[in-house]
Design a protein around this ligand. Structure first.
Ligand SMILES: *Cc1c(COP(=O)(O)O)cnc(C)c1O
Length: 373
């Protein structure tokens, strides 16, 4: 890469190598590199044709990047509730929130735990919705043996610093669908179709990734299978060792799936203990198992910018012009609230070993026994 004359992505050898290796991990026909996971999701939303007032159903516990593209296209994120221990979209609640304006579902594989894609795909097909997978936390995950990102119509990955593999910041969006795949390049590149030409037939922003970043990702992709396999092993081991403990709800993964544990998330039932979550977490640290309380502070729609509908210089045109009646101050996702109130996050990293995880499990058992109500 250092000897190249050009560092531009189009026809760049590093980008080509990266995308070739990406397609070995996630076999899709079309893939476009881009500047972030947020950009990948925005490109997918553009390709799905989301426009003013269109509703997109997604999860309230996620990175805000899941919905930034929806809001920029003047679409309306609709947050559905989550499974109590999978922390992923509850298909029944998704279906309840479908209206004539619903155009897409963004399924977030939280923590690298695959969503119930069979159910979500059936709902999407029945109501003619586009199914977008937010696979940003799910590098190397598998849904019923299939590589993550190959069930939905489009899939989006992040290469941000904290993700399983990284180049500091970056993303990839992929699709095998002839309706969407051929659109990804131009929507990642100012609306300019570099194969067909023909001027600016579409409008987008500049989400390109440069060759130096692609070179880093190409190398990172060779390590992915080991990283994913080790994280899956360690997370599943923790579940095995804390299962059956009264008041503790382990991270629930479908037995046919591979969860790649971007982190491990278990819940405590408050009534089962004589302490609150903060004390539980403090006691775990004292036992040599540093953990953190919760994940994001509140479900996305409870953040001030949503509560005030203030996305564009304090305004939200689609609401002011009557294209939506969405009122985030009245939006309810009770299970998501409860998950964030009672969840405890355990770091899982491929550099950890089985003994460390056994120690974490022992700490959880000891603290749970000590504070049992
Ligand atoms: C990280 C992440 C994003 C956004 O990715 P960036 O590269 O930070 O823009 C979107 N969705 C989820 C679930 C993520 O974890």
């Amino acid at each position: 890469m250092l000897q190249q004359q050009d560092l531009f992505y189009w026809k760049g050898p590093q980008t080509a190598l990266m995308l070739q290796r990406f397609k070995e991990v996630c076999p899709v026909k079309y893939a476009q590199s881009c500047s972030s996971g947020t950009a990948a999701l925005h490109i997918a939303v553009l390709a799905a044709g989301i426009g003013p007032g269109d509703e997109v159903i997604t999860a309230p516990i996620t990175d805000i990047g899941t919905v930034i593209g929806v809001i920029y296209q003047q679409g309306v994120p609709v947050f559905a509730d989550l499974g109590a221990s999978t922390y992923n979209l509850d298909p029944a609640d998704v279906e309840r929130r479908i209206t004539p304006k619903t155009k897409a579902i963004i399924a977030v594989h939280l923590c690298g735990n695959p969503c119930d894609l069979r159910a979500l795909k059936a709902i999407a097909d029945k109501h003619k919705l586009v199914l977008i997978e937010d696979s940003c936390q799910a590098w190397g995950a598998k849904y019923h043996g299939r590589p993550i990102g190959t069930v939905g119509d489009m899939t989006c990955f992040s290469l941000q610093n904290t993700k399983h593999i990284t180049c500091g910041d970056g993303g990839i969006v992929g699709s095998s669908d002839e309706r969407f795949g051929p659109l990804l390049q131009k929507f990642g590149d100012k609306g300019f179709d570099r194969i067909k030409g023909g001027g600016f037939q579409a409008f987008s922003t500049n989400y390109r990734m440069s060759e130096p970043q692609a070179a880093v990702v190409a190398a990172q992709l060779t390590r992915l299978e080991d990283i994913a396999a080790q994280r899956a092993r360690l997370g599943n081991l923790l579940t095995e060792k804390i299962s059956g403990l009264p008041g503790v709800m382990p991270h629930q993964v479908h037995p046919e799936d591979r969860c790649v544990y971007w982190f491990y998330f278990f819940r405590i039932q408050p009534e089962a203990f004589r302490c609150d979550r903060a004390q539980f977490v403090k006691a775990l640290a004292a036992e040599g198992a540093p953990c953190s309380a919760g994940y994001i502070a509140v479900p996305l729609h409870r953040e001030p910018v949503f509560q005030q509908h203030g996305f564009f210089a304090g305004h939200w045109p689609v609401r002011e012009f009557g294209l939506t009646t969405m009122d985030y101050s009245k939006h309810q996702t009770p299970e998501a609230e409860a998950i964030l109130r009672t969840g405890i996050r355990v770091t899982i990293h491929e550099g950890m070993n089985e003994q460390y995880i056994a120690g974490v499990a022992e700490a959880i058992r000891k603290v749970a026994r000590h504070y049992a109500a």
